[in-house]
Ligand binder design. Structure first.
Ligand SMILES: NC(=O)c1ccc[n+]([C@@H]2O[C@H](COP(=O)([O-])OP(=O)(O)OC[C@H]3O[C@@H](n4cnc5c(N)ncnc54)[C@H](O)[C@@H]3O)[C@@H](O)[C@H]2O)c1
Length: 276
């Protein structure tokens, strides 16, 4: 990837991880479209990038709305003439954590709409035009280290991110099979200190009128001491994503992998066939 000649679109870039990715791209000379449902935060990140000498523009997008994402793609291709990197990063969670039995259908639907269909809409809107373009391309889809471990109280979120993993792994192999110079990276953040709890609450209240004041918090029974639960700031995530794109890595982790959990699940899967 020649970052200095590339153009990138980052969703959920008005804050946190997306903002870090947008800044890092711009510092390498990449033209960036900063997209977020919160237009003010998208505009202010684009302004920060321009103030630092980068090339950025901003646009409001709601990734749950296919037409809104299509319009984002139209603007990107019109402005840049190409899109080399797409980061489907916008995402939401819930606070407080709740058990499956205290969750509502609306909880599952909302998180799936943003976290999974947001990625599907990005792929549908951008992939055909990116495939038609010469040169190296990359999609980076933001999942979560929650899918590599197990997080009681976080089921709708974890499930929506597993869907992102599945889509990304299959898409990557399809592009390989068809000879495209097009990589797919899954970004797995661990605990990154961002506004996600607060933004998720306010986005949900705006979209559904539900302020979650009657939510029943999950009582954690076990304590988890995974390395990925030790908080880090978002500032280095952009650098990690750039390295993963340079190497066309399928996966990018912000924290060490939960190796014992992964090994335990692999063991259970591979021993699960009883031979009948
Ligand atoms: N922070 C963490 O610990 C952590 C851990 C694992 C995964 N992640 C994932 O990283 C991504 C970025 O999260 P973050 O921590 O930077 O949170 P953040 O809240 O700081 O940033 C997310 C941005 O997405 C935007 N957004 C929300 N709904 C949207 C929609 N429908 N359309 C467009 N934009 C929308 C928000 O306005 C916000 O600016 C998310 O996908 C999240 O699930 C975060």
């Amino acid at each position: 990837m020649d970052f200095s000649a590339a153009a990138a679109v980052v969703t959920g870039a008005g804050s946190g991880i997306g903002r870090s990715i947008a800044h890092e791209f711009a510092s390498l000379g990449t033209r960036v479209l900063v997209a977020d449902i919160d237009d003010d935060s998208a505009q202010s990140v684009a302004e920060e990038i321009r103030a630092a000498g980068g090339d950025a523009r901003a646009r409001a997008v709601d990734v749950t709305d296919a037409d809104s994402v299509e319009a984002l793609a139209d603007e990107a291709f019109e402005a840049f003439g190409r899109v080399d990197i797409l980061c489907n990063n916008a995402g939401v969670t819930w606070r407080p954590f709740r058990s499956v039995w205290d969750a509502s259908l609306a909880d599952f639907r909302w998180m799936t709409e943003v976290n999974y269909f947001g990625v599907v809409h990005g792929v549908f809107a951008f992939l055909p035009r990116m495939r038609a373009q010469a040169g190296r391309k990359q999609i980076v889809n933001t999942s979560s280290l929650a899918t590599l471990s197990t997080s009681p109280g976080h089921a709708p979120y974890t499930a929506s991110k597993h869907a992102v993993d599945g889509l990304s792994d299959v898409l990557r192999e399809e592009l390989v099979d068809h000879g495209d110079d097009f990589g797919v990276t899954v970004l797995y953040p661990g605990l990154i200190t961002t506004n996600i709890g607060e933004t998720s609450k306010s986005v949900r209240a705006q979209e559904t009128g539900d302020d979650l004041s009657d939510a029943i918090a999950y009582t954690q029974v076990r304590t988890f001491d995974f390395p990925h639960n030790r908080p880090k700031g978002p500032e280095n995530v952009g650098k990690q994503v750039v390295e993963a794109i340079r190497r066309n890595d399928p996966y990018c982790l912000t924290h060490p992998a939960p190796e014992s959990e992964i090994a335990q699940r692999a063991k259970l899967w591979t021993r699960a066939y009883r031979g009948y």
